[in-house]
Write a protein that binds this ligand. Structure first.
Ligand code: NAP
Length: 484
């Protein structure tokens, strides 16, 4: 099996914040990999833009170093790197000032695809959008890419949407959630909607519950000030976990196109029920021997912000009524892993003496660190000794069946940027989706603020606070182990 790379059309991509952390660590190394794979046409250009004074040569040097540091093995391809670096340019621009905009206008080509990546603080989106227009740099064909956080509540998200809408139509706006760019997320849709096998079982008759876990081993580190103002709910649940929830729970769209998929996702968010307070567990990591506590990391000794959250939610529709969806995410946990697990119901009656219906099928979809899927099935333990049943994982990672080329190393960011150039919005969040997600999370956050809820402490390297375990134990269920 040979992987097929279809080159995109020639483009000019302007990265506002082109000298920032995200641009150096993710966006440019990702574009370099797309260039090496042949997907980015040689005539295309990437224009870094920020306030820092430097010329294009200085920018090329900066990015050469960034790719050496973050570009992985591909960075060793010196010829490839030299050709890629040649396609970089830099303009000194202040989002809030007039300097640099004419230079940017003169540099941009209007006969190729134009995209503008706003890799800057959201408070600058409005200034950038307005100046792109007043300087006649962006037009109806241009695309803008915006990063999370998209607001910190419904009100701010609405304001951001309104700001962008003044200058761009919804079909020009690409709100990135890099979780949606992961190979396995797309594979999830292929498995659900490309097979006869799963969809008939994908409902409250056969599914006992669904777990979504996004666990990190890192703490809040250098992002303490930002994080303490957000917490796990705003930083992870409102976007990444809810997007995964939508994809696992949505109805089959009539066609695989951006609006059909996003319409179905939106219906899931709107069908989410308010959550009972005892179905929310918030936690904060405590100090370990050589590692500071959350409050020390956040430099806020009185912080009530959660570095961990576990929730039990329900979707009120015919397909999912009564099926709990358990979501959890946290920092400084036992392992770095993101997983969705669909846990099917027990069999109705066991014909095997002594077996007592203890076996369950589980479809586990791993998003990181190793993307793949496993279906846990029950079989007879091989060998003599009677009819003893065991659960074994059926690996559906496909690498064995399809050969090494099937192991796609494309990073989520680079896949999504290529989608921007192709004009495909399927894996980007629509404005109404983001607003609906905030409309669901806002009352939950307000609720615990009104109750003066204090997060439970948990040990670093654990699976979170004991209360999160209890939440499932009370219902005779168990979280999946957090492991790589
Ligand atoms: N880093 C990540 O992993 C990550 C992940 C998800 C989302 N994000 C989001 O992505 C955005 C960028 O994050 P970052 O980590 O790259 O931030 P950063 O390292 O602080 O970089 C900010 C960039 O914006 C430029 N900038 C600041 N003020 C400007 C102005 N007035 N006009 C023009 N350029 C200006 C800065 O350069 P000058 O100071 O020279 O102007 C710099 O290039 C943020 O919205 C962040 O929340 C980041």
């Amino acid at each position: 099996m040979v992987s097929r790379v279809i080159p995109v059309e020639e483009f000019d991509l302007v990265i506002f914040g082109g000298t920032g952390d995200l641009a150096r660590r993710k966006i440019l190394p990702g574009l370099f990999r797309r260039f090496l794979s042949g997907q980015m046409p040689e005539g295309s250009r990437i224009i870094g833009a920020a306030r820092g004074e430097m010329d294009s040569e200085g920018y090329r040097e900066m990015i050469r170093e960034a790719i050496a540091e973050f570009g992985g093995d591909e960075a060793k391809d010196k010829d490839g790197l030299a050709k890629f670096i040649d396609q970089l340019h830099y303009v000194t621009v202040d989002a809030k000032g007039d300097g640099g905009w004419k230079e940017l206008h003169d540099l941009i080509r209007f006969d190729v695809i134009n995209a503008f990546y706003f890799s800057v603080a959201p408070s600058l989106f409005g200034d950038l959008a307005q100046r792109l227009h007043s300087n006649k740099i962006a037009d109806r064909k241009s695309r803008v890419v915006v990063e999370k956080p998209f607001g910190r509540d419904l009100e701010t998200a609405k304001a951001l949407n309104a700001t962008l809408a003044k200058h761009f139509k919804e079909d020009q706006i690409y709100r990135i959630d890099h979780y949606l760019g992961k190979e396995t997320v797309q594979n999830l849709m292929a498995v659900r909607f490309g097979n006869m096998l799963f969809e008939p079982l994908w409902n409250n008759h056969y599914v006992d519950h669904i777990q979504i876990t996004v666990a990190e081993t890192v703490g809040v580190g250098g992002r303490g000030a930002y994080y303490d103002n957000a917490g796990a709910m705003r930083d992870m649940v409102q976007n990444h976990l809810m997007q995964l929830l939508c994809l696992i729970a949505m109805e089959p769209p009539a066609v695989f196109d951006a609006d059909a998929v996003r319409d179905e996702k939106l219906k899931v968010i709107r069908a989410l029920q308010p959550i009972d307070p005892h179905h929310i567990v918030r936690g904060q990591y405590e100090a370990a021997k050589k590692s500071p506590s959350y409050r020390e990391d956040a430099e806020n000794p009185k912080s009530f912000t959660e570095s961990f959250i576990a929730l039990r939610c329900e979707i009120a529709n015919w397909r999912w009524a009564g099926v709990p969806f358990y979501l959890r995410t946290g920092k400084k946990l036992r392992a770095r892993t993101s997983e969705i697990a669909v846990v099917f119901k027990d069999i109705g009656h066991s014909i095997f003496p002594g077996d007592e219906k203890r076996h369950r099928n589980i479809l586990a979809i791993q998003l990181q660190p190793n993307e793949g899927m496993q279906l846990q099935v029950t079989i007879k333990e091989p060998g003599p000794g009677g009819m003893r049943l065991i659960d074994v994982p059926l690996d559906m990672t496909f690498a064995d069946a399809l050969g090494p080329d099937a192991e796609d190393s494309t990073d989520a960011y680079e896949r999504l940027i290529m989608d921007v150039i192709r004009g495909n919005q399927t894996l980007f969040m629509r404005g109404d989706e983001v607003e609906a997600a905030w409309a669901w999370t806002d009352p939950l956050i307000e609720g615990w603020q009104e109750r003066n809820d204090v997060p439970k402490l948990y040990e670093q390297g654990s699976a979170g606070p004991e209360d999160a375990m209890m939440m499932l134990h009370r219902e005779d269920r168990k979280w999946r182990e957090i492991k790589e």
